[in-house]
Each structure stands twice: as structure tokens, then as C-alpha cells.
Design a protein around this ligand. Structure first.
Ligand code: GLV
Ligand code: MN
Ligand code: MN
Length: 410
């Protein structure tokens, strides 16, 4: 018999191929793409089979609901994202949804009714791989979305407003009384659990994130006829800035990280000195003060470099996500469930961002991390052992049972 954990892993594998990927070579599934739609259709089928009623909200999240003992009871939301980075692995995001569906499937097949409903949220743009924004869909649900953030355009010139009704978008918000708590299972913890020899870990909190889009303007010119001293080269300036960001983060505490993940040279050509370049900058640390001081220093260096090279510099902040502690009482419940499932409890911080950090504005949150081979994520080589997924399911079911007992003591 296929266990729930093995089925969750196999379903992630199945969703890593067309039509659930926008690309035939490697998994890429961006917010509101054809693959995103196909994935929602398949998930809707699996949610319905597991005993849920299914709907799509105005932010294009897919939601399955398993009713509690009484109608309209507040819900424990179990969520994660279905969008991916470009050339992604199969599990970052979808595994949390599949584990949620399996958890509900186990409840409904045993006829278990709880003092709360369980809702599974498949969120949309956690990774921010299509539009220059991230976590719009969970921000809409948490009710923290600034409508100005919806004015975004992708690399092909498609505006978010061409795909969804922007005026209706914020109505995806849930009232605080409708949501009891939020639980997310995820793999993005690096090599920590593997090094500990553990399948699972309880997350204590999520690091603060800042993300920027940087633009440089110089003068386009002939690569053969413009002497080096006369150039205003937007690529050379960008290169110096990338290294400056790396130097600032390297000099800081171990949890301070700075990443330039996208570099672009619009109309670049081998024989043209670049007149324009743009790149992204992502800065994170467990403490928002450490992150902010590092980002200030990086941007100060960028301004110096731009001035020295006579380049125009534009800086646009894409997001500012505060550090988000998980709820201590929910962490305890997760740990109790971990011990009951025969696993050694272990707590760790998340350097990766998650929808949980947004949902924390709406309700108490908890996160369960799963071991992944080599600590690899954001890479096609992601791999999760089905046995670890099975262990995660046992802990999630134990967590739900304990949450129910807390609300309705025997
Ligand atoms: C998402 O994986 C992020 O941490 O940016
Ligand atoms: Mn990710
Ligand atoms: Mn993720």
C-alpha cells in the first residue's frame, strides 16, 4: 500500500513536468502561468478526493476546506506555495500542500471531526519569480496588502492587472476570527537537519528580508572605439556593486546574507558598452537591525561606485518583510507531536522566506521543516525521502489532535 508520505512525494514529482511546468526542461511554474492553472486543476481534484470543498479566491489562491464538527467553525490553515523559482526542484512549496491534503485525507477517511475546520491554501507567488513582488497572495489573505504593490509588470510586459481583477484582489482577506492558526511544512532549511541526522525540525522564526531592484544608466558606446578612460559602463558598475554587496555580508554575522540573483543588460550586445543594466538585491538576517544596517552600507557603497563611475543609479525597494517569530505554544505542540512520533525534537531558524511570515499578521503560526538531501533547494536536485514525508505527516496529524484537545479538553 502506498503511504500518505510516499503519495505526497510522488504527487510533487508528477507536478514537476508539463503541463504543470511552463518549461519542458526543468520545472518552472510562475504565478498565473498556464502551468499554474493546470496545477490548480490537478490540486482541486486531489483536494476534492480528500473530502474537501474547493474554491479559488480573488488573489488566485486555491483553497480546500474540510468542515469541523460545527458549520463555519474557525479554521486551522495549512498552506504553502505552488509557484516555483526558475529551473526549480519539485518539493519547495508543493510538498507542504501535498502533506496538508494527506492530513485531511486521513481525517476524512477515519471520519474524524474536529472542533475546528481545516483549510489547505495553495498560495500563488511566494517566490516572486514572475513579477517584481513576492507573497502578494498571502498578503491579500492576511489583509496586509498595499494595493499599490499590485501595480507590477512581468519581463514580457504583462501586467498583473491584465490577468486578475485588481479591485477585487484584496477581498481574498480573511477575518482574524475565521482563522485559528497557520501551519506550514517546508524543506528550505539547508543542510542543518541532515547534519543532525534528523528528519524533522520545529521552526522558531523566519529571518527578516529586504529586496530591491537596482537600475544603472551609463552611456552605450562602441566596444572598439571608446577608450577605457572615457567609458560610463553600466555592466562594469554592476559588477563592482555585486562584489560590494558580497563583501558587506561576508563581513557580518553568519546569518547575514546578501544575494544578487538576477542581472540584466537590456539590449546587451558583445560589441556595445552597456548603457543600462539592472539587478536585484536580497538582504536577510535573523535580526532586522542587522539586516537594515547591512542594507544601508551596501546602498552607500552603491552610491559611491555610481558617483565614481558617473553612472545614474535608481533603487526601488520591492519588499520589506520583518522577522517573524513562530508561536511558542504551537511550537510546543509540534514538539510534543514530534516526540510522540518517535523523533528527537530539534528547533531551528528559517533563513528562507515563507508565506508563514505573512500569515503571522493574521494568526499564530507554526512551521515544520523536513530534511532534504544535501540541503539542496532552489535547484532541480531537490530530493526528499518518502519516509521523511511520512514522519512529517505523523507529526502534523499529532499536532492537529493536540490542538483539538487543547480547544476541547476531555
Ligand atoms: C523563498 O524561497 C525565499 O526565501 O525567497
Ligand atoms: Mn523557495
Ligand atoms: Mn518555499
Amino acid at each position: 500500500m502506498v503511504t500518505g508520505g510516499a503519495r505526497a512525494v510522488a504527487r510533487c514529482d508528477a507536478l514537476a513536468l508539463p503541463p504543470f511546468s511552463d518549461s519542458a526542461e526543468g520545472l518552472t511554474r510562475t504565478y498565473l502561468s498556464p502551468a499554474y492553472g493546470a496545477t490548480q486543476e490537478k490540486l482541486a481534484e486531489w483536494m476534492a478526493e480528500a473530502g474537501m470543498t474547493v474554491r479559488r479566491d480573488s488573489a488566485a489562491n486555491l483553497i480546500g476546506r474540510y468542515e469541523g464538527r460545527v458549520a463555519h467553525a474557525p479554521a486551522l490553515v495549512i498552506g504553502s506555495h505552488i509557484d516555483s523559482v526558475r529551473n526549480a526542484g519539485a518539493y519547495d512549496g508543493p510538498l507542504g500542500i501535498m502533506l496538508g491534503i494527506e492530513t485531511v485525507a486521513a481525517l476524512s477517511s477515519s471520519g474524524t471531526q474536529l472542533p475546528f475546520a481545516v483549510e489547505i491554501y495553495a498560495f500563488g507567488d511566494e517566490e516572486g519569480s514572475r513579477f517584481p513582488a513576492a507573497m502578494l497572495t498571502s498578503r491579500a489573505v492576511a489583509g496586509t496588502l498595499d494595493p499599490a504593490a499590485l501595480d507590477v509588470t512581468d519581463r514580457d510586459g504583462v501586467r498583473l492587472g491584465d490577468l486578475v481583477d485588481l479591485a477585487a484582489y484584496p477581498s481574498a482577506a480573511r477575518a482574524p476570527g475565521e482563522v485559528l492558526a497557520y501551519l506550514e511544512a517546508h524543506i528550505e532549511q539547508g543542510p542543518v537537519l541532515e547534519a543532525e541526522g534528523l528528519a524533522l525540525g520545529t521552526v522558531t522564526g523566519i529571518a527578516a528580508q529586504l529586496r530591491f531592484e537596482i537600475g544603472l544608466s551609463g552611456t552605450a558606446g562602441h566596444a572598439g572605439t571608446t577608450a577605457m578612460g572615457l567609458r560610463r559602463d553600466a555592466v562594469a558598475g554592476m559588477a563592482e556593486m555585486v562584489l560590494a554587496a558580497e563583501a558587506v555580508a561576508t563581513a557580518g554575522p553568519p546569518d547575514l546574507v546578501a544575494t544578487v540573483g538576477v542581472v540584466e543588460v537590456p539590449s546587451g550586445a558583445a560589441n556595445v558598452i552597456a548603457g543600462r543594466s539592472r539587478f536585484t538585491l536580497d538582504v536577510r538576517a535573523g535580526d532586522a537591525g542587522v539586516r537594515d544596517r547591512a542594507a544601508d552600507e551596501v546602498l552607500r557603497r552603491f552610491r559611491d561606485i555610481a558617483e565614481r563611475r558617473d553612472l545614474g543609479l535608481s533603487v526601488r525597494q520591492v519588499h520589506d518583510l520583518p522577522a517573524s517569530p513562530c508561536d511558542p505554544a504551537l511550537m510546543d505542540l509540534l514538539e510534543e507531536a514530534t516526540v510522540a512520533a518517535g523523533q528527537r525534537p530539534f528547533r531551528l531558524v528559517s533563513g528562507a522566506g515563507h508565506d508563514a511570515m505573512i500569515m503571522a499578521a493574521l494568526c499564530p503560526t507554526a512551521m515544520l521543516f523536513l530534511r532534504c538531501r544535501g540541503g539542496v533547494s532552489h535547484n532541480p536536485a531537490e530530493y526528499v525521502e518518502p519516509a521523511d514525508a511520512e514522519a512529517a505527516l505523523a507529526v502534523m496529524s499529532g499536532f492537529i489532535k493536540r490542538l483539538g484537545a487543547k480547544l476541547e479538553p476531555a
